[in-house]
Unconditional design. Structure first.
Length: 335
């Protein structure tokens, strides 16, 4: 953390988990700890508290990180970026998913965080993006238990605002992570009734695919593709469905159509704000083609597709990190 002036640690456990010792070792003379007596589960209140305390340091900007998060600047001169931007807060995309999250805040912060679970930053002013930087989350040994806790909290917030898109969508995402795909499908369908957008539509297809409902998934993918032609996920799921349904030449065709939506490897090629399966924009279409050609006995085109798949996979992982959600090779190969 040589690019920060002060490392402010919001202390809620009096160092019982060893956080303070690790932070002091990493930050050295930049280390500063402030005691926070708020309940540990009040994530939004703690973030607001941290931003207020950061303002007292006299710094111009704050970067907010949880203890299990890391920011990779990837060569960006962050001080120069912050000095030149006219934005009030900046997003950093999560590694492996491309999902943007607010992490840099001009001080004093104009906005505030609301909601305990999946806290939302409101009234923050002008929003921007640091396209090359990445937010990396360390793996949780008890991630499933954590997701169950999130699910309980989101359900409570959903009861308070039953028709709010945010909670319907997060219920779908959390159920998907927990492997509750039928329930996730229900929540995503309800989300889509509230706000019709491609981010929700591709999750509907994803759940149908994971449930093995390949005919329905293929039909829905085609329907949504007409509405959201820039979503490569629908080509990917359609190709995967055709692999599972024995329609191997159709799988090749879907892969070829999906090739037209793959990015050239430039981070600025990402124009979508929200959930996405990055493999659909790099190596995914070529994987579908390679697998279909293998089954069809087309060795020459299989080899070409595998070469492109490996190159684009390497490019994707270099730019975005390892994807941790969406389809898997095992799922696309068939059951």
């Amino acid at each position: 953390m040589d690019w920060v002036d002060v490392g402010l640690v919001v202390n809620i456990l009096d160092g019982e988990d060893g956080t303070l010792e690790v932070a002091r070792e990493v930050l050295g003379d930049k280390f500063l700890s402030v005691r926070c007596d708020l309940p540990a589960e009040r994530f939004n209140d703690m973030r607001n508290f941290g931003l207020r305390e950061a303002e007292k340091t006299g710094c111009d900007w704050a970067v907010v990180l949880d203890t299990d998060e890391r920011i990779e600047l990837n060569g960006v001169d962050i001080r120069k970026e912050l000095a030149e931007t006219d934005c009030d807060y900046l997003d950093v995309c999560r590694e492996g998913t491309g999902f943007p999250q607010q992490r840099f805040f001009r001080l004093p912060a104009k906005g505030h965080y609301k909601y305990v679970f999946h806290e939302e930053y409101l009234g923050g002013g002008r929003r921007g993006l640091l396209p090359v930087c990445r937010l990396r989350e360390l793996p949780h040994p008890d991630n499933m238990e954590l997701q169950k806790k999130y699910l309980k909290g989101i359900r409570e917030q959903h009861l308070e605002e039953p028709n709010r898109f945010r909670w319907l969508f997060y219920l779908g995402l959390t159920c998907n992570t927990l492997g509750k795909h039928q329930e996730a499908l229900k929540w995503f369908r309800r989300s889509y009734k509230v706000i019709k957008q491609g981010d929700v539509a591709f999750h509907i297809c994803e759940q149908l695919f994971k449930l093995g409902k390949f005919h329905e998934c293929l039909k829905e993918s085609g329907k949504f593709l007409v509405l959201y032609p820039d979503f490569a996920e629908f080509h990917l799921f359609a190709g995967g469905c055709c692999l599972n349904l024995g329609r191997f030449q159709d799988a090749v065709s879907w892969g070829q159509m999906g090739m037209g939506l793959t990015w050239s490897g430039r981070p600025e090629g990402d124009t979508r704000d929200g959930e996405k399966d990055l493999r659909a924009y790099y190596d995914g279409p070529w994987w579908v083609i390679a697998k279909a050609c293998e089954i069809l006995g087309d060795v020459e085109n299989q080899g070409r597709a595998e070469d492109m798949m490996n190159k684009l996979k390497e490019m994707r992982e270099k730019i975005w990190g390892i994807s941790r959600q969406g389809w898997t090779a095992k799922e696309l190969q068939g059951r």
